[in-house]
Design a protein around this ligand. Structure first.
Ligand SMILES: NC(=O)c1ccc[n+]([C@@H]2O[C@H](COP(=O)([O-])OP(=O)(O)OC[C@H]3O[C@@H](n4cnc5c(N)ncnc54)[C@H](OP(=O)(O)O)[C@@H]3O)[C@@H](O)[C@H]2O)c1
Length: 291
């Protein structure tokens, strides 16, 4: 996947070119659709970055491409790291501090998702998603905590809006993201006195992401009807929310969720799976439950 952002971002975005000079960001899922563009924006605006993922080749290639966005940028890709394993994250933190000197900002963005009705979702599949999204977010915080404390840093959790309503086919991801929001809020309270901020961004339906491509009915002509802003969001819009939250423009903001969804969840419409309600869902859940 090539870079989404380029030099024009420095002219067209509202941000100052050297906003994040000297800052280092550590991003789980940084080679993925949304978090990669967050990293691109931060690097264009002066930050150095470490991106973390399981796939070594994909993570290293993305880091190399992002590093080309700004002369002198240092972007390292650390593959072979699973957020479910706090020790492998701790070793990625050591590598980052060894090569980039420090960590100021953290994005806990790694996640996995798929559609499954409850009769079909095994206990193990539920656990896997909770382990990656929720435990993985906690592990990411734990592994970076010393750096966050040292540098009075800021952690952003990438959440979702799935759990604001009861959304069929998403019980696993909804439960995990509800936990992520709770984790974020508790950390804001517990760590605020240390000068650490903790916030979340909840993307709504974002165009061109692997998640949306897999989870939405992309050829459904009615797919924008119940999104107040009448379109999907862009990865750049998530990046802009990230820049705002990491910047001093939000210095008194902690413990919040910034919802970037065009107003979608207010109409109770989060994904195309709602079109399956209730007939198809009831049919699927009438089969013998899988353990
Ligand atoms: N797409 C949307 O419209 C949407 C809507 C709401 C919320 N979100 C949230 O936004 C974030 C990014 O979503 P996305 O659609 O951009 O995802 P994506 O393109 O599928 O990227 C996910 C990234 O997470 C990494 N990852 C997954 N499991 C991991 C693990 N166990 N350990 C380490 N890294 C792991 C993947 O790399 P490897 O495979 O190499 O590990 C990949 O880089 C997620 O938190 C998602 O829940 C997305």
């Amino acid at each position: 996947m090539p870079n989404t952002l380029g030099q024009s971002y420095l002219q067209t975005s509202p941000w100052k070119k050297n906003l994040f000079d000297g800052k280092v960001v550590f991003v789980t899922g940084g080679a993925g659709s949304i978090c990669r563009v967050e990293v691109e924006a931060l690097v264009l605006l002066g930050a150095n970055a470490a991106i973390i993922g399981r796939r070594k080749d994909v993570t290293e290639k993305a880091a190399e491409e992002i590093g080309q966005l700004r002369p002198g940028a240092k972007v390292i890709g650390i593959g072979g790291v699973d957020v479910r394993d706090v020790k492998s994250l701790a070793s990625a933190v050591d590598t980052t501090v060894g090569q980039l000197g420090r960590i100021d900002f953290v994005i806990a963005g790694a996640a996995g998702n798929f559609l499954a009705n409850v009769a079909n979702l095994s206990a193990n599949a539920f656990k896997t998603v909770v382990d990656i999204d929720l435990l993985g977010s906690y592990n990411t915080f734990k592994a970076t905590f010393d750096e966050l404390r040292k540098n009075k840093g800021h952690i952003i959790f990438i959440s979702a809006t799935l759990h604001y309503t009861g959304l069929p086919m998403q019980v696993h991801a909804s439960a995990a993201k509800a936990g992520v929001d709770s984790l974020m809020r508790t950390l804001a309270v517990e760590l605020g006195p240390l000068g650490i901020r903790s916030n979340a961004i909840a993307p709504g339906p974002i165009a061109g992401t692997e998640g949306m491509d897999r989870l939405s009915g992309k050829n459904d002509p009615n797919r924008f009807n119940r999104i107040p802003l009448q379109r999907y969001g862009t990865t750049t819009e998530i990046a802009d929310a990230t820049v705002y939250l990491f910047s001093d423009a939000s210095s008194y903001i902690t413990g919040t969720v910034t919802v970037v969804d065009g107003g979608s969840w207010q109409t109770g419409s989060v994904t195309a799976s709602s079109a399956m309600y209730p007939t198809k869902i009831t049919e699927l859940n009438s089969k013998t439950a899988k353990l």
